[in-house]
Design a protein around this ligand. Structure first.
Ligand code: FES
Length: 188
């Protein structure tokens, strides 16, 4: 791994949000949403809880899952999609092969997380929250990843790196390219 910046912080424990989009048939997604809904017996927090759960499991919000949530929570589908698009930690589009996450929790935000994300986005030629046209990299802002003491933090393919400055944007992308190569080798 290149050592272009900082010291890797602790790897993100479950790496769930960096998983590639799951290719799950619609009926299975619908059943999974029903299972997840048992976590939320009350109406309060059910919609956002389910959106977050599906985002964690699939890496984005597939249309079938959104329709299942809309039915289950009795919310108009279009309204649900608009809500999902409002939150920068949620995505209604499939993700790239490698996900780059910049933590925008309080500690990282105050240490320039948004500037860091924008610098990475500029170098990738996309906006924060988008995937590169070749489908290789997705960049997004996320909630606190639990490494606040080394803020600002970037997570590349599930590995967190601390004290990442805006000037280290190239290093973040280099880590992502290495992760992409390693993923390719695993699939050989
Ligand atoms: S706020 Fe970024 S790791 Fe906690």
């Amino acid at each position: 791994m290149p050592d272009a910046f900082a010291t890797p912080a602790a790897a993100v424990a479950d790496g769930a949000s960096t998983r590639p989009a799951a290719d799950v048939p619609g009926q299975m997604l619908s059943q999974r949403v029903e299972q997840l809904a048992r976590r939320y017996p009350d109406d309060v927090g059910r919609v956002i809880g389910l959106l977050n759960d599906v985002q964690d499991e699939c890496g984005y919000l597939p249309e079938e899952a959104l329709r299942a949530i809309a039915d289950l929570c009795d919310v108009p589908y279009e309204e649900l999609v608009a809500s999902a698009r409002f939150f920068k930690t949620l995505s209604t589009e499939p993700v790239g092969k490698v996900v780059i996450e910049v933590c925008d929790g309080t500690a990282c935000h105050t240490q320039g997380a948004v500037r860091l994300a924008q610098a990475i986005a500029d170098k990738l030629g996309i906006e924060v929250g988008q995937t590169t046209p070749d489908g290789l990299f997705t960049l997004r802002l996320v909630h606190c990843v639990g490494a606040c003491s080394v803020a600002p933090v970037a997570v590349v393919a599930g590995t967190a790196y601390g004290r990442v400055k805006t000037a280290n944007a190239d290093g973040v992308i280099e880590h992502a390219r290495v992760a992409l190569e390693e993923a390719g080798r695993c699939g050989e």
